[in-house]
Design a protein around this ligand. Structure first.
Ligand SMILES: Nc1ncnc2c1ncn2[C@@H]1O[C@H](COP(=O)(O)OP(=O)(O)OP(=O)(O)O)[C@@H](O)[C@H]1O
Ligand SMILES: [Mg+2]
Length: 236
């Protein structure tokens, strides 16, 4: 699924959050949005998912399709097991129940053997994996991910980033993060938001082939450039 986000504006009461946000997402693209805390990143994902309404502007999708959402907090149902949490999303979407497909997705995110565990019996990284499995289980044409790895320790986070690229394959993904390094590792393109009210201040094409080497010279150069540009535009 490809889409165009055009001139989105949104206020909560007198608080202006989005001030004409415009960008596009290509079919199969992994797009990262970075911006500082409170600038409106979650708000824009919610509008894309139809959970919130914009005051003006529009989103044009090139086709009909399902959207998967990985929330900033994991939002698992504590009284349901891993398997039941994922199955719940399938049923809620009205998809035909395919127990084998659900098991395959749980396996894909590396949770085979933990199907019958409850969220409280899982580590933070494992809970995030359930959140990803749940979003994938609705067979999304567009995957929206809201800082899914923010609460993980640095090494686990890097491992999850590597796995994520394998898991999502060529899906269209919009991934929100605070982390320049995370965006550089994952994204085909990075959209930098201004502090609230959010506008797009810069879009960066990351030309490096994947999987990327975080220790490489090219990676370091792009990182330096992005930090400078984030300081110029992304922070006040
Ligand atoms: N339902 C709501 N009612 C009132 N204000 C809201 C609501 N949701 C968000 N806001 C406000 O909108 C602004 C943007 O919030 P949002 O959650 O989109 O930020 P964010 O960029 O995702 O931040 P973070 O990186 O900390 O998650 C914040 O100032 C927040 O207080
Ligand atoms: Mg947020």
């Amino acid at each position: 699924m490809a889409l165009i986000v055009e001139g989105l504006k949104k206020s909560y009461g007198s608080l202006k959050v989005l001030d004409g946000v415009t960008f596009s997402v290509d079919e199969g693209e992994f797009l990262c949005i970075i911006g500082e805390s409170g600038c409106g990143k979650t708000t824009i994902l919610k509008i894309m998912a139809g959970i919130e309404k914009a005051d003006s502007g529009r989103i044009v999708f090139d086709s009909e399709g399902r959207i998967g959402f990985v929330f900033q907090d994991d939002r698992l149902l504590p009284w349901k097991t891993v398997y039941e949490n994922v199955m719940f999303a399938v049923k809620a979407t009205g998809l035909e129940v395919n127990t084998q497909a659900v098991r395959e997705i749980i396996d894909l995110v590396g949770l085979s053997g933990f199907e019958d565990y409850y969220p409280k019996q899982l580590s933070g990284g494992m809970r995030q994996r359930v959140g990803i499995a749940r979003a994938l289980a609705v067979q999304p044409d567009l995957l929206l991910m809201d800082e899914p790895f923010a609460s993980l320790d640095a090494r686990t986070r890097e491992r999850m980033q590597e796995e994520l690229l394998r898991i999502v394959g060529g899906k269209t993904v919009v991934f929100v993060t605070h982390s320049i390094d995370e965006a550089l590792f994952l994204a085909d393109r990075i959209v930098i938001f201004s502090p609230r009210p959010a506008r797009v201040v810069r879009t960066v094409e990351v030309g490096l082939p994947k999987p990327r080497d975080r220790a490489s010279q090219e990676f370091a150069e792009l990182r330096g450039e992005l930090y400078r540009s984030f300081d110029l535009y992304g922070r006040k």
